[in-house]
Write a protein that binds this ligand. Structure first.
Ligand SMILES: Nc1ncnc2c1ncn2[C@@H]1O[C@H](COP(=O)(O)OP(=O)(O)OP(=O)(O)O)[C@@H](O)[C@H]1O
Ligand SMILES: [Mg+2]
Length: 240
């Protein structure tokens, strides 16, 4: 991985307008909606950094109780805002093997990704892409798998997670995940990450769903709970 740092052989061109249409903000902006979102992501970023520096952690799982609450949107925006810090190398790993949207959101068209992790000749450099934009490398899932938790529990996946854990402290690994409820995929990786960012959707996620999801990750510190799709714009009045 360290060897790959800075190597941009397969770097795709990323279209900021395409990202923006999917709620991903690449660059800072003074436009109202963008600045509210970016400001919230920067606060979360800094919270994560403080937490990680004090606990010596380097990986976290972005998850949520159910589908569609915004896990992938939050993962990508967080990865982008963390990668704006020039001293950090950010890896964004897509663990949503059943219904990943990451490559669509990024506008990628790969057919080889994390789902090949158990192949004897798995190639990290082939499966991952370094965005032509700062220190951010993404390892997407490109094909749907139904036996996803078996793959996440495989010795090859566990070895990959160990490699990620052993990276130097200037590497930060973000895992986008499927929903906690309804499958055992998140449970399968709770021993492989340092912390959790829990995403819930305002007006949609119930207290019971949140409690059930929290129980699944009870052994991990929750760095933050993100209330996504909120209509509360009060943060904007503090804009500086
Ligand atoms: N804050 C937001 N405001 C408006 N739309 C949003 C917001 N966050 C996410 N969305 C939209 O909601 C939809 C679901 O978001 P996303 O794919 O990030 O959720 P997810 O939890 O990763 O879903 P899945 O479980 O299917 O992977 C997408 O169309 C996304 O663009
Ligand atoms: Mg998702």
């Amino acid at each position: 991985l360290q060897r790959l740092k800075g190597e941009r052989t397969n770097a795709p061109a990323i279209d900021p307008h395409h990202l923006r249409r999917h709620g991903i903000f690449l660059e800072d902006s003074i436009e109202s909606e963008a600045r509210v979102a970016i400001s919230a992501y920067k606060r979360l970023r800094t919270q994560i950094l403080f937490e990680f520096n004090s606990h010596g952690s380097n990986s976290f799982l972005v998850t949520g109780p159910t589908a569609g609450v915004g896990k992938t949107t939050v993962s990508l925006n967080l990865a982008i805002n963390l990668a704006k810090l020039t001293n950090l190398c950010v890896m964004l790993v897509d663990l949503d093997l059943r219904g990943s949207s990451m490559q669509k959101v990024l506008g990628l068209n790969a057919n080889y990704g994390f789902e090949r992790i158990a192949d004897s000749d798995f190639s990290y450099s082939r499966a991952s892409v370094e965005l032509k934009w700062r220190n951010l490398r993404v390892l997407p899932c490109t094909q749907r798998l139904d036996n996803s938790s078996e793959l996440l529990l495989s010795p090859q996946a566990k070895s990959f997670f160990r490699t990620m854990r052993d990276l130097p402290k200037n590497f930060l690994v973000i895992y986008d995940s499927p929903p906690v409820l309804g499958c055992d995929d998140v449970l399968a990786v709770t021993g492989d990450v340092d912390a959790v960012v829990m995403v819930v959707e305002e007006g949609r996620t119930s207290r019971k769903e949140l409690n059930d999801a929290m129980e699944t990750v009870v052994n991990l510190p929750i760095v933050s709970t993100v209330i996504n799709k909120s209509r509360d714009r009060s943060i904007d009045k503090y804009y500086y």
